[in-house]
Design a protein around this ligand. Structure first.
Ligand code: FAD
Ligand code: DHB
Length: 391
């Protein structure tokens, strides 16, 4: 089989890249090792930055997002038993939209299939070959177990943190920046209305907690837990006790309990490889970088990467010019490092390390109070949170 762009991974990065290329008249094939049902149900991100939403609108993918997504004009920092609102829209003129990543994935898959795209689900043994030459290839086994080969002009490695693209690049070609945090998140999806219209980021002595939502009937909640914890250590009763304790304030507030529909444990890590390219293999999204979830940046970075990559591929494949392909990695890494810093900042300000001394806690409180009371500090948080404009 021959195509212009072989894409490994049908997450937000791979699917959106395929759509953007299609709009430019460029042909692609997507290989995904999970089933369509699995990728459409995988609950992960919830916060879409303003530039992400604008891009999805510009490329005809926001019809349902505009109908069902929840625009937010502020977030709440909860500490010292009180709420402090960061007025995102007043401070920046922009909003964020709460719309589940799996809904974006469903919309993308539907749009791609409607346009006649080739997405091969449930493939296995994907391998990339000859990426330093002019004729790169991808081999894989299709869902029936038959070996297949795709010849392409370029390959996009959009296969997430645990994919095969990044490990196929020789170690000597990449510089790795890796930071593991002493925290993990336990996330639950609950069939009950959110207890507040806006997200609440709570710094509590028992650890961080986050109140978010998916719809007016479904709440999304997260707890900071120990990275060595397993899900079976967290009964429903323990989860609710901990959530109620961490969200308690000096005033009226109570979470709405309901059946837990989904639960996940997610370790927290910052990881970046440089450069995001090796020959004709280009990495995009989580395959090249991950951030701790506190800043809500991972999916948004993946969207930016593939926007830049689609422009580079268009120039390369339609006019043979290599300028944008050559600057791809540097252009993306500038935004990646801003997001790495912001996510680190949010994580450090809001989580309690087991071994944190009173000095560190005083610093956290000072940063929280400053952010809540200074327009300059709040604006800095807000402009990063809503997302700096795409180039
Ligand atoms: P992925 O979504 O990981 O997609 C990669 C795809 O490649 C997958 O479908 C996978 O099955 C496939 N694949 C893997 N290996 C292979 C292989 N060998 N062959 C073929 N296919 C393969 N981000 C935000 O922007 N906002 C948020 O609010 C937010 N909240 C989050 C909360 C949590 C708890 C977590 C865990 C993450 C959150 N994120 C958030 C991060 C976000 O989910 C990721 O950054 C995003 O999924 C990255 O998209 P991607 O397409 O690069 O990778
Ligand atoms: C959600 C996830 C995040 O990482 C975050 O910072 C805010 C909200 C969510 O899943 O809704």
């Amino acid at each position: 089989m021959r195509t212009q762009v072989a894409i490994v991974g049908a997450g937000p990065a791979g699917l959106l890249l395929s759509h953007l290329l299609w709009l430019d008249g460029i042909d692609s094939v997507i290989l995904e090792n999970r089933s369509r049902d699995y990728v459409e149900r995988r609950v992960r991100a919830g916060v879409c930055e303003d530039p992400t939403v604008k891009l999805l609108r510009d490329v005809g993918l926001a019809e349902r997002l505009d109908r069902e997504g929840l625009p937010h004009h502020g977030i709440v920092l909860r500490f010292d038993g009180e709420d402090h609102r960061i007025a995102l829209t007043d401070l920046t003129g922009r909003t964020i939209t709460v719309y589940g990543q799996q809904e974006i994935v469903k919309d993308l898959i539907a749009a791609r299939l409607k346009a006649g795209a080739q997405i091969h689900f449930e493939v296995s043994d994907v391998e990339v070959h000859d990426v330093t030459g002019d004729r790169p290839r991808v081999t894989y086994k299709d869902s029936a177990g038959a070996v297949q080969e795709i010849q392409a002009d370029v390959i996009a490695g959009c296969d997430g943190f645990h994919g095969v693209s990044r490990p196929s690049i020789p170690d000597s070609e990449l510089t790795v920046y890796d930071h593991v945090y002493p925290f993990a998140w336990l996330g639950v999806l609950v069939k009950a209305p959110p207890a507040n219209d806006e997200l609440i980021y709570a710094n509590h002595e028992r650890g961080f907690a986050l109140h978010s939502m998916r719809t007016p009937e479904v709440t999304r909640l997260y707890l900071q837990v120990d990275p060595s914890d397993s899900l079976d250590q967290w009964s429903d009763a323990r989860i609710w006790d901990e959530l109620h304790a961490r969200f308690a304030i000096d005033g009226d507030f109570s979470l709405h309990e309901g059946p837990i529909l989904e639960r996940l444990l997610s370790p927290m890590r910052s990881f970046v490889v440089e450069p995001m390219r090796y020959g004709r293999l280009f990495l995009a999204g989580d395959s090249a970088h991950i951030v701790p979830p506190t800043g809500a940046k991972g999916m948004n970075l993946a969207v930016h990467d593939v926007l830049v990559l689609s422009r580079a591929f268009k120039e390369l494949l339609q006019s043979g010019r290599t300028d944008l392909a050559e600057s791809y990695s540097d252009t993306c890494l500038r935004r990646v490092w801003r997001a790495e810093h912001f996510s680190y900042f949010m994580t450090s300000m809001l989580h309690r390390a087991h071994d944190a001394d009173p000095f560190q806690h005083r610093l956290q409180l000072s940063q929280l109070r400053y952010t809540a009371s200074s327009t300059a500090a709040a604006t800095s948080l807000a402009e990063n949170y809503v997302g700096l404009p795409f180039p």
